[in-house]
Design a protein around this ligand. Structure first.
Ligand code: SF4
Length: 327
């Protein structure tokens, strides 16, 4: 309850599209209109709901792609090129949303090509007081000071910055007194799921290139799950239904008019889902600074030592079997 208003604040600022599905395990947020499911997905979702009496769901993904204009950003054009950077500002990013908002305050100084080397620690106040940076082009170092320092470099590089800020006070890095800095590395595990061909709907097609898929919220090891599972925690899935492309008909063996006509037609419908399982926080899964290897700025690189273990392997098997059964 304490953080709910902050989730709302972030969702409203970033612009999240999605449906209010009313699923306890995946609470609703402040959503813009959802992207649409295609006709096969709607059919699958309706049949799944009835077969599992409303306990399992195929829902449209809740994504940071805006579906209506928002703070000067243009709504998504359904081209699915978000990873190239979105010219429309439809995909939430630093460039499309947070930096323009910061510029508007008139208080932003942007210093690109700056690599944060370490956080400067003030022993008297026992607080962070600034950062030391390396200019990526000149290799010169500079110091910047602030009342508050936010470390927003994602999991691995935030940890790198903290570790590289070691002093005689914090020998393992800033905030390392727990002995856990760099440990308990967690990730999604992928490459487990199921897919298949869908019969029918040959006279139906999709709208655009939707930058989104379906989501299957967690159902294993939550209230109401009566199945005995040989692991703890759970998984969700991402996937969806689509029509095969012309490229699926290229085999280098056929030529001529009939073949050209064939590749102008979409292929049959298919459906597929990949699970996103939880990796437990194991102390042994860790990152450390590797001082024997330096990057081009002379900074130690991060060495990653992590693996999935018994619980994760069991999740993968169950996730694959469950999806086979649902499909
Ligand atoms: S599909 Fe992605 S890149 Fe294209 S407009 Fe939508 S958000 Fe931007």
């Amino acid at each position: 309850k304490d953080i709910a208003p902050w989730y709302s604040h972030v969702e409203k600022f970033a612009g999240i599209s999605g449906n209010r599905d009313g699923i306890a395990v995946l609470p609703d947020g402040e959503f813009m209109p959802p992207m649409d499911m295609n006709i096969v997905e709607k059919d699958l979702a309706a049949r799944l709901k009835s077969r599992y009496q409303g306990k399992r769901h195929f829902i449209i993904g809740r994504v940071a792609n805006i579906t209506v204009p928002h703070h000067g950003r243009v709504n998504c054009q359904y081209q699915n090129k978000c990873w190239l950077g979105c010219n429309f500002g439809a995909y939430f990013s630093t460039q499309s949303a947070t930096l323009p908002a910061a510029v508007k305050t008139g208080k932003l100084t942007l210093r690109p090509l700056s690599i944060v080397k370490s956080i400067i620690y003030n022993r008297d106040t026992q607080k962070a007081k600034g950062v030391e940076i390396v200019d990526a082009e000149t290799n010169q170092t500079y110091e910047y000071f602030a009342k508050i320092v936010f470390v927003c470099a994602s999991t691995l590089n935030s940890t790198w910055v903290l570790m590289n800020s070691a002093t005689d006070v914090w020998e393992g890095g800033l905030g390392s007194s727990s002995g856990e800095l760099g440990h308990n590395l967690m990730d999604h595990m992928l490459n487990s799921g199921a897919g298949g061909r869908v019969e029918g709907f040959e006279d139906k097609y999709i709208f655009g290139r939707r930058a989104n898929g379906l989501y299957v919220p967690r159902f294993a090891n939550i209230a109401g799950d009566t199945k005995k599972r040989d692991y703890i925690r759970g998984f969700g899935y991402q996937g969806g239904a689509s029509r095969g492309q012309w490229s699926g008909k290229v085999d280098n063996k056929r030529v001529g008019g009939a073949w050209k006509d064939a590749i102008a037609e979409p292929g049959s419908w298919g459906v597929g889902f990949t699970s996103f399982g939880e990796i437990l926080p194991y102390h042994e899964n860790k990152v450390v600074l590797d001082s024997s290897v330096k990057d081009k700025w002379g900074l130690p690189v991060l060495a990653i030592d992590a693996e999935i273990r018994d619980n994760e392997r069991k999740i993968r098997i169950d996730a694959s079997n469950e999806m086979k059964e649902m499909l």
